[in-house]
Write a protein that binds this ligand. Structure first.
Ligand code: ZN
Length: 437
């Protein structure tokens, strides 16, 4: 039950822009998950080409908005290139105004944030106030153009991002169009559930030397564990969805020959490959398409609320999450788990035999998945489901502030993928009334 705490949901795009080598690379400021809950999505085991546990439901319309910032010129380019995926996937990206309430994906355009995205439905684990995709607009600039301006002024190297920023201010809107296209399609690939192609088993023989770690530290600002995770990690158990290793994939990092034991190198790809189109069509099949290999998967979607109430008669907490659970040809077992944490988000430890999930005070339900089914929980009179936590057995919790963390885990026995976190969210602190005896 032990989980590795990693800044997963955040896969960083690598590959320096052709122009960026002239300027120091913006440091990667990978968002770190809510580690206080001690258990965050762990996609390590499912690294590979696609994370089949976190794809959206085929046919979905995903609402997308921009967080404050970013010019219209850049926003328009992001929208145009993101929508390239719609041609091949049965999914719609609907860009809504900045002040829209609920959205599935939120884009932050900024300098120095790096490029990264939550993988697929892991975006649902984030707060509505938090972005799910970051684009570093400095890396979108036409570096050659601005460098020429700097040189023309007689400024001597080293050239820094401050030079670039100054020139962009004086003469805005010179963009590296192919680079924007490459990065936007890559990050939206993650947003649809795709993973890095170089993680394909035995595809790349990395030379794991100090010089590689040094290189990624200098160019990306990554510590050793981030290099291990972002670059080297290869899922030994994951889905390739029957596709072959595809060095032309938009999801492939660029690799220098000196980084590999056999001189293998990959250049940046600027377009979706044939393999990308096949894979995304299998994950999000369009209606009435024949001959497309449909991928078995389970979706959790439309999570609308996590309702927790105190029932004085039963002496406990009634926990009612509302969401949709859909499967296609998939078999497996899911666990709905509600763990009890203090106001700061730390789980209460327990040695209880019954109300225990991985050592944390919890209550849970096990459900067998029926293939090709859809259950809508707690939204109408049919799909009622509740988790009950007996406070009476833990009287020390009365009068305290607690948080309830709800998670869904999937055991996919057929594919030897156990304990996959499908969903996670937590309530704000709730006050438990004092018990009146
Ligand atoms: Zn990436």
């Amino acid at each position: 039950m032990k989980k590795i705490i990693l800044s997963v949901s955040v896969l960083i795009v690598s590959g320096l822009a052709a122009n960026a080598q002239l300027f120091p690379r913006a440091k990667c400021t990978t968002l770190v998950g809510e580690a206080m809950f001690g258990e965050r999505p762990d996609t390590v085991k499912s690294r590979g080409m696609a994370d089949n546990y976190h794809t959206w439901e085929a046919g979905s319309e995903l609402l997308v908005k921009f967080m404050p910032g970013g010019s219209k010129a850049v926003r328009d380019k992001v929208i145009l290139n993101a929508k390239e995926w719609e041609k091949f996937a049965n999914i719609r990206l609907k860009f809504v105004p900045d002040n829209a309430g609920f959205t599935h994906l939120r884009i932050k355009l900024g300098a120095g944030m790096g490029h990264n995205s939550a993988v697929g439905t892991e975006a649902s684990f984030r707060q509505q106030t938090e972005q799910t995709i970051n684009f570093d607009t400095l890396a979108f600039a036409d570096g050659d153009y601005y460098l020429a301006r700097v040189k023309k002024k007689g400024i001597q190297p080293p050239y820094t991002f401050d030079h670039l920023r100054k020139e962009m201010k004086e003469d805005p809107n010179h963009w590296n169009i192919p680079e924007i296209r490459r990065v936007v399609m890559h990050e939206f690939g993650h947003a649809l559930g795709l993973l890095h192609e170089q993680s394909y088993p035995e595809a790349v023989n990395w030379k794991k030397t100090d010089s590689i770690y040094q290189y990624y530290y200098e160019t990306q600002g990554w510590e050793k564990d981030q290099v291990d995770f972002n670059v080297f990690e290869v899922g030994s158990r994951f889905y390739t969805n029957g596709t072959k290793y595809d060095p032309k994939s938009i999801m492939h990092y660029s690799i220098n020959a000196w980084e590999t034991t056999n001189g293998y190198a990959v250049k940046n790809n600027f377009e979706l490959s044939a393999g990308d189109k096949v894979l995304i069509a299998a994950l999000y099949p369009k209606p009435n398409t024949s001959g497309v290999k449909v991928v078995p998967k389970v979706n959790i979607s439309n999570f609308t609320k996590l309702d927790v109430s105190y029932d004085p008669v039963r002496g406990g907490l009634v926990i009612k999450p509302a969401f949709d659970l859909k499967t296609n040809s998939k078999l497996g077992e899911v666990y709905f788990v509600a763990r009890i944490a203090n106001a700061e988000g730390y789980y209460f430890k327990t040695a209880s035999k019954y109300y225990n999930w991985g050592g944390a005070l919890a209550t849970y339900l096990k459900i067998n998945l029926t293939p090709n089914s859809k259950v809508i929980y707690n939204k109408d009179t049919k799909g009622r489901m509740e988790l009950f936590f007996p406070l009476n057995m833990y009287p020390e919790l009365y009068g305290q502030k607690i948080r309830v963390a709800f998670a869904v885990y999937l055991d996919d026995v057929a594919n030897n993928q156990m304990d996959k976190l499908m969903y996670f969210s937590a309530t704000n602190p709730l006050s438990i009334p004092s018990k009146s005896f």
